[in-house]
Design a binder for this molecule. Sequence first.
Ligand SMILES: NC(=O)c1ccc[n+]([C@@H]2O[C@H](COP(=O)([O-])OP(=O)(O)OC[C@H]3O[C@@H](n4cnc5c(N)ncnc54)[C@H](O)[C@@H]3O)[C@@H](O)[C@H]2O)c1
Length: 329
Amino acid sequence: MPLGSRSRGTSPLRTNPYPLGVTYKLDDSAHPPLDKAAHPVLHEGRVAVITGAGSGIGRAAAKVLANLGMKLALADVDQEGLEQTANEVSSIIGASNVLAFPIDVANFDEVVKFKEKVFEAWDEVAVLMNNAGVATLDGKRGTSWENRDVWTEVLNTNVVGVLNVQHTFVQSMLHQENPSVVVNTGSKQGITNPPGNPAYNASKAAVKSITESLGHELRSQPDPHVTAHLFIPGWTYTGLTGHLTAGIGDKPDGAWSAEESVLFMIDRVRAGDFYILVPDNETRREVDELRIMWGAADITEGRPALSRWHPSYKAAFDEYMKEGLAQLD
Ligand SMILES: NC(=O)c1ccc[n+]([C@@H]2O[C@H](COP(=O)([O-])OP(=O)(O)OC[C@H]3O[C@@H](n4cnc5c(N)ncnc54)[C@H](O)[C@@H]3O)[C@@H](O)[C@H]2O)c1
């Protein structure tokens, strides 16, 4: 039997709930404007906590939520970036509605103090955006047996950091009467595990698992009023993807801006989605779905791990994608 012939072919794809051509821009009249009163959580006057707010997606989220009229508690280990975001959002919502905390999310004591200050000031959290993350250590990625320092840094920030924030804030959010949401930032790399950055992939696989458990435990509460959401950005033009730091000034055509990814996330949180799988200009949702299903079928079809990148399965994978996408046309 030729390698790859055990594939059952493609599974039917869900109808894409996101119509092509809908753009996600604050000032785009084609997209419904942000309605300040449309959602009980994403609502004027309520409080959003954002980690990793000093750059990229976190900064864009701060601006979008400030435009919604939310109060903001911002955290980042990069004090300069944090101050810049705080200044930008203060001009939208007013300085008295912005708190900025230069903390390392991997440091539990700092996160506890951060949470205490937020509750002291405003006594509630509506949106907990657990977003701080790193992909490398000073540009180094490491392998599965080298660069332990990279693994330590990436797992400490992306896993221990996410847990520190989740453990600290969710306990208090459970005691609130108002509904609230926890949005943990994962990655497609934590689902499909592409070769090249094993520490980052492992960290984001952990975030997926942590958030799925959180979602289940929250909805099993006697009076469930906190929901969990796994935000899975596509290729988004930020510091993390290296383009900004490499001095490539313009957004590559294939990437989405951080604002687009955030507006998409907010749209799907409002709709109640748990998995918020964000497309970009290069990868449409259907392509992501096929890749995810192929990866899951490595187990059920008895193929080697990461067969998508195995030379003996390349032809089968290419055929599977072709067939899957042909079904849509
Ligand atoms: N940009 C993408 O294409 C992409 C794709 C998938 C997932 N993500 C995820 O989105 C999230 C935001 O990333 P981004 O693309 O905006 O990158 P970014 O580098 O622009 O922003 C990340 C922010 O997190 C902060 N941070 C890092 N370590 C921290 C720590 N220990 N404590 C506090 N703050 C810390 C950084 O200083 C930075 O301001 C990350 O979790 C990332 O893994 C990004």
